[in-house]
Design a protein around this ligand. Structure first.
Ligand code: ZN
Ligand code: ZN
Length: 231
């Protein structure tokens, strides 16, 4: 199954304003993708509409959110059920400091309807850490039936390897996001205890042209099995 499971919509302040539901899904179709997930920073507010538009256009959709932990580590959490994901999104939002977004500095945080119209603007700044550590975020995600992906694991900013220096042995995670083979080798060299990891290559697209750049193909059955294994 060809996927891109880490795309930002116009709700993320750092993403372009043209990252609207139809634009994202149509770009994903042009890129030949079969399944996508939008993971906005610390918010689930665009998920219902994203799934609606994706399904309308024949694209599989997995609900997602990219959470920034108190250690400044980014992890993507995925759900198969909208309701459980929304509960998790609410929990994240409750742990987000009530700092208002400065549009001039950080950018817009648009919420779109099914016609790609901007209907609302999230007021609280989404691009900041929540007051919870990575382990407690992973625990809460699993409690609600989500799975945990270590986002852009080798990046110089906001990755677990940069922020903590290593992946803790007792951290419950289900997926590792990398950009290439050398990154996989690095992770395994540093953590020989990791058994049979599920790798995924996602774009982390903030602009339409970046959607699907890695054209990653994953085993569909193994992917959906991750939720069963995480129970
Ligand atoms: Zn990130
Ligand atoms: Zn991201």
């Amino acid at each position: 199954m060809k996927v891109d499971l880490h795309i930002h919509s116009a709700l993320s302040p750092c993403a372009n304003d043209d990252m609207t539901p139809h634009n994202i899904v149509n770009m994903a179709r042009l890129a030949g993708l079969e399944c996508i997930s939008v993971c906005d920073h610390n918010s689930f507010a665009q998920q219902k509409m994203m799934a609606h538009v994706a399904h309308e256009l024949g694209m599989k959709y997995v609900y997602g959110i990219e959470v920034q932990s108190v250690e400044d580590v980014h992890i993507c959490i995925y759900f198969l059920e909208e309701e459980k994901g929304a509960l998790f999104g609410q929990w994240v939002y409750e742990h987000l400091l009530p700092i208002e977004n400065d549009i001039r500095y950080f950018g817009n945080q648009w919420i779109c309807n099914a016609l790609d119209e901007f209907v609302n603007q999230e007021k609280r700044l989404l691009i900041q850490s929540i007051d919870q550590g990575i382990a407690s975020i992973a625990d809460r995600a699993h409690e609600l039936g989500g799975i945990v992906s270590l986002a852009h694991v080798c990046d110089k900013t906001n990755s677990i390897l940069t922020q903590l220096g290593f992946i803790p042995k007792n951290l419950r995670f289900d997926m590792i996001e990398v950009k290439n083979e050398p990154q996989k080798e690095k992770v395994l060299r540093m953590h020989p205890w990791i058994q049979d990891p599920f790798w995924v290559r996602n774009s982390d697209a903030h602009y339409l042209q970046d959607i699907g750049i890695y054209e990653d193909e994953i085993d569909e059955k193994k992917f959906y099995d991750l939720w069963r294994k995480a129970l």
